[in-house]
Design a protein around this ligand. Structure first.
Ligand code: PMV
Length: 315
C-alpha cells in the first residue's frame, strides 16, 4: 500500500508577459502565474533525508550532495531558516511544468519543496521569505537571475516586478486570454542571459537603449491591462517581440509560431522568457481561442496551454 505523505506543497508555473531580459538590468517586467501546470512535493517519513525527482529519475541524498545541487541546497536552506536539523524525510517531487521552456519549472519545484517542508515542520514563513530562499537556488540554475521567477511562483498572482523591490500587484480590468505554445526546443535561461550580457558589454549604448525601450513598453502595457485595452496590449506585445529579436533572443521556431498566431486571429504575440526556444505567448480574443490554438498545433507547437488572467486574480 502506498504510504500517506505527512505534508505536501505546490507551486504553479509562470510566464513573463513583458520585460524579460531588460528586467535583469533594472527595468520593470510583468509576470503571471500559470495554474494549468504545477510542481508538487510530498514529504514521507524515512530513515535519512532524500529528495526524489520522479520525472527526472533522480534521487539525491541531501547530506552527501554537493553545495550546488539545487535539491540539497533548498532543503538545507529551509532547515537553516527554521533552525531545525536535517529531518529523516523522503521528499518526492513531481512536476508537469516543461523544463527549460520559460515556464519557471526550477523555481516552482524549489517553492513546492519549501512549502511541503514548512507544512511538515508546522512552521509558517511570509511569501517574501520563501521567495528569497527560492532565489538562492535560482542562482545555481541561472547565474544572475532578476528574481522574477521565484517571486511570481511564490506570490501566485500577477506581478509588476522591478529587481530588488517588493513585487506590486496591479489591476486587471477585463479577462485576458493567453495561449502559451511550446516550440519543443529547450533553451537554458543561463545561456541566453549570458549571451545577452556579452552583447551588452560589446555594445553598451545600443543594448541600454533596447532595454530602456522594453521598459517603456512594459509601463504602457501595465496601463493597457489596467484599462482593459486589448488591441493596444496586443500591439505592445508585438513591439516587445521586435525588440527581443533585435537583442538576439528570438529563433525561427518562435517567429514561425508568432506569425501563425497573428494570422489566425491573435491580437499580439511574443516570445516569453529567455527565448531562443521555449514558449511563445499569444493574446487572443475569446472567440478566436480554439482557432489560434489549432493553428499553433498545426504549425508544430508541441503543446498549447490556455490560461486566462482574470480581474479577480488580483487581491
Ligand atoms: O526563466 P525564463 O526562461 O522565464 O527567463 C527568465 C527571464 C530573464 O529575464 C531572461 C532572466 C531573468 O533572470 O529575469
Amino acid at each position: 500500500m502506498q504510504a500517506t505523505p505527512i505534508a505536501h506543497g505546490e507551486a504553479p508555473g509562470k510566464i513573463i508577459l513583458f520585460g524579460e531580459h531588460a528586467v535583469v538590468y533594472g527595468h520593470p517586467a510583468i509576470a503571471i502565474p500559470v495554474f494549468q501546470v504545477h510542481a508538487r512535493a510530498e514529504v514521507y517519513r524515512a530513515q535519512t533525508c532524500t529528495v526524489e525527482a520522479v520525472d527526472l529519475r533522480r534521487r539525491v541524498h541531501v547530506n552527501r550532495a554537493s553545495e550546488r545541487n539545487p535539491f540539497a541546497r533548498i532543503v538545507k536552506l529551509v532547515c537553516a531558516t527554521v533552525r531545525r536539523p536535517l529531518p529523516p524525510w523522503r521528499i518526492v517531487v513531481t512536476s508537469d511544468i516543461p523544463i527549460a521552456a520559460g515556464l519557471g519549472s526550477g523555481a516552482a519545484i524549489s517553492a513546492a519543496i519549501v512549502r511541503a517542508m514548512l507544512a511538515a515542520f508546522d512552521v509558517s514563513l511570509e511569501d517574501a521569505a520563501i521567495s528569497e530562499l527560492v532565489y538562492e537556488v535560482e542562482k545555481i540554475h541561472h547565474g544572475t537571475p532578476s528574481g522574477i521567477d521565484n517571486t511570481v511562483v511564490v506570490y501566485e498572482r500577477p506581478i509588476w516586478f522591478v529587481r530588488g523591490l517588493p513585487p506590486e500587484p496591479f489591476r486587471v480590468a477585463r479577462p485576458l486570454h493567453l495561449l502559451i505554445a511550446d516550440t519543443g526546443k529547450p533553451s537554458p535561461t543561463k545561456i541566453a542571459v549570458e549571451d545577452v550580457r556579452r552583447a551588452w558589454e560589446r555594445e553598451p549604448q545600443r543594448y541600454e537603449a533596447l532595454f530602456q525601450a522594453i521598459g517603456d513598453l512594459t509601463k504602457q502595457a501595465r496601463s493597457a491591462i489596467e484599462q482593459g485595452q486589448l488591441d493596444a496590449l496586443g500591439a505592445l506585445m508585438n513591439a516587445n517581440h521586435a525588440l527581443l529579436t533585435e537583442i538576439g533572443v528570438s529563433s525561427p521556431e518562435l517567429d514561425a509560431l508568432i506569425e501563425t498566431a497573428l494570422a489566425a486571429g491573435a491580437v499580439g504575440a511574443k516570445l516569453s522568457g529567455a527565448g531562443r526556444g521555449g514558449n511563445m505567448i499569444a493574446l487572443t480574443p475569446k472567440q478566436a481561442v480554439s482557432q489560434v490554438e489549432n493553428a499553433l498545433l498545426n504549425a508544430g507547437a508541441v503543446r498549447v496551454l490556455h490560461t486566462t488572467l482574470r480581474p479577480m486574480d488580483v487581491v
